[in-house]
Design a protein around this ligand. Structure first.
Ligand SMILES: [Zn+2]
Length: 95
């Protein structure tokens, strides 16, 4: 799922439904939204859906694992957006 910088957001093909035109957006604050199938949420929700785990498991994964190991290269982009200084404080999984 290659994401491309587009203004203040990242854009790419949605991993949750088949599409040819990117309608999956990742925002610097660590939130994602797909305008194709309507799925959206924060990075914890992303892990929940992507890895098909429960909320506590998703939090644990994010806490105990480097971002780029959570769900492969795809989420690295999400984490990259989150570790951006402007979004770093907003993830909040450690609080
Ligand atoms: Zn979608």
């Amino acid at each position: 799922m290659p994401l491309r910088r587009s203004g203040t957001t990242w854009k790419g093909l949605c991993p949750f439904h088949g599409e040819k035109t990117p309608s999956f957006h990742v925002y610097d604050k660590g939130f994602f939204k797909c305008y194709g199938c309507g799925v959206g949420g924060d990075v914890i929700k992303f892990v929940e859906l992507y890895d098909k785990v429960t909320f506590p498991e998703a939090v644990r994964q994010l806490r105990g694992t480097a971002c780029n190991q959570v769900a492969g290269a795809e989420i690295a982009f999400v984490c990259g957006a989150i570790s951006d200084p402007s979004g770093a404080v907003l993830l909040g999984v450690d609080r």
